[in-house]
Design a protein around this ligand. Structure first.
Ligand SMILES: Cc1cc2nc3c(=O)[nH]c(=O)nc-3n(C[C@H](O)[C@H](O)[C@H](O)COP(=O)(O)O)c2cc1C
Length: 325
């Protein structure tokens, strides 16, 4: 019998398949359905830094009663947080699988104070979705990178549960960044986040959101960096996120060296019970290839273990490589 048990962020999961953060993970009914269909863990919808900051800044400032503004600010902040803390508490009392709250942030200010409340509400680990768009041409890459490091240091001083950083791939040197995260005590990385991207509707001459769902072609770049990261000597956990649409996709990421995989788009399209199909497809593949445990094949095709590592390093189409030439 194939065993899907795996370790992630110091937790034992009965499957490497995690329901990733989105609106789907914002209700207890959905979370329960995910558990019933074999999710190894759930990452709750994100509490957004902007959500808190915006709701504070939208409150009109009253010059006559400055203390009342402090009170309203405090109330609004607490209210957003309270709703989120209630979600964590209910999830913890209704589920047996690990519950991982998520904070979506773009700075190291303000929100880190709330991280301890989130942990106290019962978080088994924390996922920090961090990205900010560098828009200031006077700031260097090092300035931007420092924001990540400051944030981790502040957070690590406040919470003791394991932390996974969910990041994008737009760094000058991803492996250096992941190494630096690990040196600062981060236990895991989620590779990668999928960001809101603008598109242009030429008929209405308007900016519109590009598709929020992943497609098949989004997987390759992620595969490369998981294969590279898992081949490093550091023992940071890796969760693959982007374009896990089937059990076969999950197997691809596990072979590249991921500890877990996260699913989102496919559950929007096929429903939460599809988690069961993904688990069954992984088991079928394991059975066909005579693997009993995930550890028997995890990382088998990573940058170090694969006999032709240059396939991961290749970036340009060489003449002989293209059938068009
Ligand atoms: C509708 C939608 C909402 C999302 N909301 C969040 C969120 O609140 N926090 C977060 O970290 N990621 C969020 N994501 C990103 C997903 O968790 C996931 O990382 C991304 O969609 C890539 O995985 P996929 O290819 O399985 O969709 C969202 C994605 C979608 C499609």
């Amino acid at each position: 019998m194939e065993n899907l048990t795996t370790k992630y962020l110091g937790l034992t999961l009965k499957s490497p398949v995690i329901m990733s953060s989105s609106r789907l993970t914002s209700t207890i009914e959905n979370l329960k359905e995910a558990e019933d269909n074999g999710a190894g863990a759930v990452v709750l919808k994100s509490l957004f830094e902007e959500q808190i900051i915006h709701s504070i800044s939208e409150i009109p400032v009253s010059e006559s009663y400055p203390e009342s503004d402090d009170y309203i600010s405090f109330y609004t902040r607490s209210h957003s947080i309270d709703e989120y803390l209630n979600l964590i508490r209910s999830a913890k009392s209704s589920l047996n699988i690990p519950v991982i709250p998520s904070i979506n942030c773009f700075s190291s200010h303000g929100w880190t104070d709330f991280a301890r409340d989130i942990v106290d509400a019962g978080a088994d680990a924390l996922e920090i979705n961090v990205f900010f768009l560098p828009l200031d041409r006077k700031k260097s890459a090092a300035d931007s990178e420092k924001i990540y490091f400051d944030l981790i240091e502040k957070l690590k001083a406040k919470v003791s549960v394991p932390i996974a950083l969910k990041i994008g791939f737009r760094f000058s040197n991803i492996l250096y960044m992941i190494d630096q995260f690990y040196m600062r005590g981060v236990e895991g990385v989620v590779l990668f986040n999928r960001f809101y991207e603008p598109d242009i509707d030429i008929n209405h001459m308007e900016i519109v959101p590009a598709s929020i769902f992943s497609s098949e072609g989004d997987r390759r770049n992620v595969l490369r960096w998981i294969a590279m990261t898992s081949a490093q000597v550091i023992k940071i956990n890796i969760s693959a996120s982007t374009a896990v649409h089937s059990g076969e996709d999950a197997v691809r990421y596990l072979l590249a060296g991921a500890d877990t995989v996260q699913v989102c788009s496919v559950l929007y399209k096929k429903g939460i019970p599809f988690l069961k199909t993904i688990n069954n497809q992984i088991k079928e593949w394991m059975s066909k290839n005579s693997f009993k445990n995930i550890d028997e094949f995890r990382g088998k095709l990573n940058w170090r273990n694969y006999e032709k590592p240059s396939v991961f390093e290749r970036t340009q189409f060489m003449k002989y490589f293209s059938s068009e030439d």
